[in-house]
Design a protein around this ligand. Structure first.
Ligand SMILES: Nc1nc2c(ncn2[C@@H]2O[C@H](COP(=O)(O)OP(=O)(O)O)[C@@H](O)[C@H]2O)c(=O)[nH]1
Ligand SMILES: C=C(OP(=O)(O)O)C(=O)O
Ligand SMILES: [Mn+2]
Length: 610
């Protein structure tokens, strides 16, 4: 179908979508327009064409059926936080933690970039819904992209296709005001007549832009997941956090898991860790303690609303996992391995083995020879890594062998505990329980973590990453803290989840991890649940309640009692050293910072004797 004649065979009766697609086609001037159906045939056509252009390499059917290897341009491997903007009408609404530009100014710049940017390419229209199509208010979106890689990844990561469009039409025909998020993406590499394409088109100039008032996303220049699969970080976190503020709910960077005790008692836990700090691993955990069972509901994003019963109910708006590959193996995350071994997956920036499989650092059985993510010959003796540290697998959630049935329930699950966690070598104990909701909000608001390869920039720098949402809060972070405080104030605190602060990444003097992590994190989950049930003991410390060494189940754990004590230790001097950083952090927000957080800080200081 040609861009100029959509009226010949209207793919939808939804006038708003038709008009937007027409407007974008006029601006970007693609060779043709394809309305994505989400069908199996379409997947075959897309992936075949990606193989033909050299973007994908088909993996061996016996190892990873219907799966593909893909290497990006070496410059386009992660989220670009310095190129990410919140273009609110008023700069104050963007706040000090985000980049801002006047929306009119940004649109003028980007319209120039978009002008003719899809020349020689197909423009794909992807109708999608984040969360359930049967939700009270389905969260629709339409992504326009000129990247077939993005279409194939969106098909894994979000519920998309004709059925979504039909539902939007049905609701519109019934007179409902169907809201949907227009999400425009281009790799920013038009093709001149006869110009050959490259395997990973992208542009040095990148913009990842959210217009919060308009609930609109414009992305340019990158094909990387977090920058280009616009349903994920851009919609389900940045735009949704603004919707959540306006409507009284929470859009959070959290995994959701279901935990069942040996007695058959079920609890639901949500946990916020910054990118590449262990969400996917915890979400699919295989407990090492007998009789306990974990089932997954989500690994990255939780939308949480207060239910009629006063409890906080969470859904995972996504449909797939976009997981960090390096470090994933049969020991650390066997359920992720089982999920991806079922196939139907895309692997980006890992190594390709000679027998048509993929490999990455940390996976068992290194191949004698492989092709690195940079397309170079690689052997275990090579100095360079085979895979980029932020290489990813993109795999359907339905393939997860421990997916909880509740995953498909539009109501979601009632959350019993919220964990905040970061990657800190020192100071932060293995687990600390907040005294109450406000104290838990303080813990979240002051969360700090070392930067990782999930974003472009230096790795290993400690920075504040409030609620693991620093790059994803779509408005003023001070107002966001206030929103958290209000959720506690406006609701029955006894029904809200209890809040905990965890750190799997504390180190010993030799630089090794103090805590073995992964499946052993089930011991911490057990303590958390026992605290909620009023069963486990704790020591009251200046920073909150930490386990007594006896209350943490370390039966069968290969760890000295000294190491356990060190993992749980609250070092007053280390904590005093944290205080100036927290003060400086809070000062950034001026009037926007809720006063009760200053009160919390004063209380902490007093308890530390500072
Ligand atoms: N030491 C340690 N590393 C972990 C743990 N959980 C995850 N990791 C590593 O942290 C990296 C990111 O983990 P992942 O679960 O993908 O993080 P996500 O981006 O938050 O989903 C991987 O290399 C993991 O192997 C843990 O409990 N202990
Ligand atoms: C998709 C991402 O997620 P995470 O590392 O949080 O899993 C990302 O950071 O781009
Ligand atoms: Mn993850």
């Amino acid at each position: 179908m040609s861009a100029e004649t959509p009226e010949l065979s209207k793919p939808t009766t939804h006038q708003g979508i038709l008009a937007w697609v027409e407007e974008i086609a006029q601006l970007t001037k693609p060779r043709d327009v394809h309305w994505c159906t989400g069908s199996d045939d379409e997947w075959v056509q897309l992936t075949d064409s990606l193989v033909e252009t050299g973007t994908f390499v088909r993996l061996d059917e016996s190892k990873k059926p219907n799966s593909f290897y893909c290497a990006s341009d070496p410059s386009d491997v992660a989220r670009v936080e310095d190129r990410t903007f919140i273009c609110s009408v008023d700069e104050k609404d963007c706040g000090p933690t985000n980049n801002w530009m006047d929306p009119g100014e940004m649109k003028a710049i980007m319209r120039k970039l978009y002008d003719g940017c899809m020349a020689g390419r197909t423009m794909y229209v992807i109708p999608f819904v984040m969360g359930h199509l049967e939700a009270d208010k389905p969260m629709f979106g339409v992504e326009i992209t000129d990247s077939a890689y993005v279409v194939s990844s969106m098909r894994v990561m979000a519920r998309m296709g004709s059925h979504v469009l039909r539902r939007m039409e049905e609701l519109a025909d019934a007179g409902e005001d169907v809201e949907w998020v227009p999400a425009l993406h281009s790799v920013g590499m038009p093709l001149a007549e006869g110009q050959a394409d490259v395997a990973w088109p992208c542009n040095e100039t990148k913009y990842i832009v959210q217009f919060p008032e308009e609930r609109m996303i414009w992305s340019f220049g990158s094909g990387y997941g977090g920058n280009a699969l616009l349903g994920k970080k851009c919609y389900a976190l940045r735009i949704a956090s603004v919707m959540a503020r306006d409507e009284g709910w929470l859009a959070e960077h959290m995994l959701i898991l279901k935990l069942t005790s040996p007695q058959g008692v079920t609890k639901y836990v949500a946990a916020a860790f910054p990118s590449a700090c262990g969400k996917t691993n915890l979400a699919m955990l295989e407990p090492t303690i007998p009789g306990w069972k974990v089932e997954s509901i989500g690994d990255d994003i939780a939308w949480m609303k207060i239910g009629d019963d006063g409890r906080l109910w969470a859904v995972n708006p996504e449909y797939g996992f976009f997981g960090v590959a390096p470090g994933t193996n049969e020991h650390t995350n066997p359920n992720a391995m089982r999920t991806i071994n079922k196939g139907n997956s895309v692997f980006t920036n890992v190594a390709l083995t000679e027998d048509g499989d993929v490999w990455w650092e940390g996976l068992e059985n290194p191949p004698a020879k492989a092709t690195s993510w940079k397309g170079e010959p690689w052997t275990p003796e090579s100095d360079e890594l085979s895979s980029h540290p932020n290489s990813r697998y993109c795999t359907p959630i339905k393939q997860c062998p421990i997916l909880a049935d509740e995953y498909d329930d539009p109501r979601g699950v009632p959350i019993d505990a919220i964990l905040f966690g970061g990657r800190r070598k020192t100071t932060i104990p293995l687990v600390t329980e907040a005294r109450d909701w406000v104290h838990g909000t303080f813990m979240g608001a002051t969360l700090s973590s070392e930067t990782t390869a999930a974003a472009v920039g230096q790795v290993g720098l400690v920075r504040r990453d409030p609620m693991a949402m620093l790059p994803f809060i779509g408005y003023n972070a001070g107002d966001y803290f206030n929103h958290w405080i209000n959720v506690g104030k406006d609701n029955d605190a006894s029904k809200l989840p209890k809040i905990f602060y965890v750190n799997w990444f504390r180190r010993d003097e030799d630089g090794g991890f103090l805590w073995p992590g992964f499946g052993e994190n089930s011991r911490v989950l057990k303590w958390v649940i026992e605290r909620i049930e009023g069963q486990a003991a704790a020591v009251e410390t200046p920073i909150g309640h930490v386990p007594t060494p006896e209350s943490l189940d370390i039966d069968g754990l290969d760890m000295t009692p000294e190491a356990v004590t060190a993992a749980l230790d609250v070092d007053v001097e280390e904590w005093k050293a944290e205080l100036p950083g927290i003060t400086e952090w809070f000062e950034k927000f001026g009037d926007h910072l809720p006063a009760v957080l200053w009160t919390e800080l004063d209380g902490l200081k007093a308890r530390l004797g500072a």
